[in-house]
Write a protein that binds this ligand. Structure first.
Ligand code: HEC
Length: 468
């Protein structure tokens, strides 16, 4: 992304909004909106900015601007607490007036950017175009909702399984263009289809973390019923399914609009990965412990069928029939160096493909965590299946539907996961043992970049992200 373009659009949109408010409404008519404050402004009090202390660390004891404390394990304020925070922030804000007249806005803003000279809590924002400061300023100007993203770009997000951050890659340049910090042990990542936000499972806090695509800060942590692994989102963006990696087994279902965990659906076995099928009709959840594939109907959120395989269920992926419905589930299994094929209609295993040794490549058998092959994806045009091997550090490429091996690419130590760009030209593979993400030209079948990321990169996903 070009930072200049980004700045210019921000300036225009911001001044448009301010102009709109000042021309149509007089300052007295402007009301501070509670829901906008609750859902958009309050997360800023919890977020960790580099070099700063979180607002909540100081202001729970303040006699001036006061933020309600959170109890142990409480991840967000109740409505009653939010109301108290709202009243306190409102008393330092002049609704509809020049933003630089409100202490709420000038105190945390750098003085050379229009802020006041001193804040005992330091300066948190160095410009009026800082996306978090703009959320606060828009609230003071009377905003009721966040603008829809007007410009969205394809990004690759690599979670770092032993890190406290996730790395954002621009597939046009293969450069790192951002980081999502403040989530220790991020497991899985998926994006909202409209580009407004990103969902990351947090193994330390047992939460589903919603990250604002424009601020790159955690906007809400939704409590889960146990320690999460991977997750999936429906194509309309309305629901997120989260794998809970605890026996006897469940999948948590998150309603995106209300940002709540609406159902903990019991399934057969602790769940490692859950996927939403390409037609969004089913969520498919695999258990390592019970070797079971659980299929959930997304219209009723009930378990509709199960299939027990020969060993633990690892990554899965799907191909589709001409009408978009699911044709096969491809599945990697504990202790098996290859993948199996399950026919979705007959609910039976119909084939198994074992990956041969790569001549001249030394076998790695250390640290496999039971999964010699981990990482599966079908190319967007449905003609290839890519499967990564931690033993031989390669991705094995098979044609579909005939499952002939048509290529192999070296992709680093312990490759763990694959994603494609929507045009099918690039594949990205997290090489957990090298702390890099491989970019592979998927047509020529050759690696074109090794992008340095964080510690032990595993899950990697293509997402759409707002860039305005
Ligand atoms: C390290 C502690 C600390 C942090 C972090 C901090 N503040 Fe403060 N803040 C203070 C202190 C101390 C004062 C009172 C002295 C002053 O006015 O600077 C204050 C004053 C204020 C005031 C003026 C009203 C009052 O209470 O006197 C506002 C508004 C405010 N802070 C907002 C914020 C916001 C918003 C954040 C986060 C973006 C934040 N503060 C982070 C310590 C902190």
């Amino acid at each position: 992304m070009n930072p200049n373009i980004r700045l210019r659009t921000s300036v225009q949109l911001f001044s448009l909004f301010t102009l709109f408010c000042s021309s149509i409404l007089s300052a007295q008519d402007v009301q501070l909106d509670f829901d906008y404050f609750k859902n958009e402004v309050q997360p800023i009090f919890l977020s960790k900015r580099e070099g700063n202390v979180r607002c909540i660390q100081c202001h729970t004891r303040s006699s001036g601007f006061r933020i309600q404390p959170l109890e142990d394990h409480q991840l967000f304020w109740t409505d009653e607490q939010s109301r108290m925070n709202f009243d306190s922030a409102s008393s330092f804000s002049l609704a509809g007036e020049d933003p630089l007249r409100s202490r709420f806005l000038t105190h945390p803003l750098a003085s050379d950017a229009g802020g006041d000279p001193f804040h005992g809590g330091g300066k948190h924002f160095d410009s009026q175009f800082d996306p978090e400061w703009r959320i606060m300023a828009d609230w003071v100007a009377g905003a009721k909702t966040r603008r829809e993203p007007s410009s969205v770009a394809i990004r690759i997000i690599q979670t770092n399984a032993a890190g406290d951050d996730s790395t954002i890659i621009d597939p046009q340049t293969n450069l790192v263009v951002g980081h999502i910090s403040d989530i220790e042990i991020p497991h899985g990542v998926v994006g909202a289809p409209d580009g407004s936000q990103i969902y990351i499972t947090n193994e330390v806090m047992h939460s589903l973390d919603i990250v604002d695509a424009r601020t790159l800060r955690v906007k809400r942590r939704i409590p889960l019923s146990g320690r999460p692994n991977n997750l999936g989102v429906t194509s309309d963006g309305s629901k997120v399914y989260v794998a809970i990696m605890e026996m006897p087994g469940s999948v948590d279902i998150i309603d995106v609009a209300s940002m709540t965990n609406v159902k903990t659906l019991p399934v057969n076995g602790a769940i490692h990965n859950v996927y939403v099928t390409p037609d969004s009709r089913y969520a498919v959840a695999g258990s390592i412990q019970t070797s079971t594939i659980n299929v959930i109907d997304t219209s009723t959120d009930e378990l509709v069928w199960e299939l027990e395989m020969s060993s633990g269920i690892r990554p899965m992926t799907f191909d589709t029939n001409a009408d978009g419905s699911t044709k096969n589930i491809f599945v990697q299994l504990s202790g098996f160096h290859g993948f199996a094929v399950v026919d979705f209609a007959s609910r039976k295993e119909v084939a198994r493909v074992e990956h041969p040794a790569v001549p001249g490549e030394e076998a790695h058998l250390d640290g496999l965590q039971g999964a010699p092959a981990h990482g599966l994806a079908v190319s967007p045009d449905g003609t290839m299946l890519w499967s990564t091997s931690k033993v031989y550090s390669h991705v094995y490429i098979h044609s579909l539907p005939d499952l002939e091996e048509i290529g192999r690419v070296f992709v680093g130590q312990h490759p763990e996961w694959i994603t494609f760009t929507p045009d099918g030209k690039r594949a990205y593979i997290g090489a957990a043992g090298d702390n890099v993400t491989y970019a592979v030209d998927a047509i020529k079948m050759e690696a074109i970049a090794k992008i340095p990321v964080g510690q032990v990169p595993k899950r990697v996903a293509m997402v759409r992200m707002a860039v305005d």
